[in-house]
Design a protein around this ligand. Structure first.
Ligand SMILES: [Zn+2]
Ligand SMILES: [Zn+2]
Length: 158
């Protein structure tokens, strides 16, 4: 029974992080932390961005959950920390590699889900400024993008 709670804790952390990342992106990064996020929106495409420091910030709760989980013998806490870390890894692969091609892998795909989240994020990047943005989420984006990419792929196949 216990392993089910651990797995639920893992996925709860993963889902919570999508919300946390959306919230931080919309209200903090495009708010008073814009000076950290700004270089991710400008056109210079630096190899190392100041914006990358958010990854270190989000690693802290993961580390604390795992460390205190081990110290106090709470596997739920360890799995919650692992879920946060898994989201971080997913975010890195999806956002830095697949979408922004900071390493040249996974460039083309026929998967409607991946194409939709990539397009939504490109829409987010159309704005170079702090204000009036859209599509702040990463793995969950407005449903019209999913619908449109599914229709595009379906029409290519027919
Ligand atoms: Zn942004
Ligand atoms: Zn981006």
């Amino acid at each position: 029974m216990h392993y089910i709670i651990n797995i639920l804790s893992f996925f709860a952390a993963f889902a919570f992080m999508e919300f946390a990342a959306w919230f931080a992106h919309k209200y903090l990064m495009h708010g008073f932390l814009w000076f950290v996020h700004k270089d991710h929106h400008d056109e210079s495409h630096k190899v190392v961005q100041r914006n990358d420091s958010f990854a270190l910030f989000f690693a802290i709760p993961s580390w604390l959950c795992i460390m205190f989980g081990i110290i106090y013998g709470s596997s739920i806490s360890v799995y919650f920390g692992a879920g946060i870390a898994a989201f971080g890894l997913t975010y890195f692969i999806v956002h830095e590699i697949f979408i922004h091609q900071r390493m040249k892998y996974f460039k083309n795909t026929d998967n409607w889900y991946l194409r939709a989240i990539r397009r939504a994020h490109k829409v987010h990047h159309k704005r170079l400024t702090k204000e009036d943005g859209e599509c702040y989420g990463m793995l969950l984006v407005p449903f019209k993008y999913f619908k449109e990419e599914r229709e595009k792929i379906a029409s290519q196949q027919s």
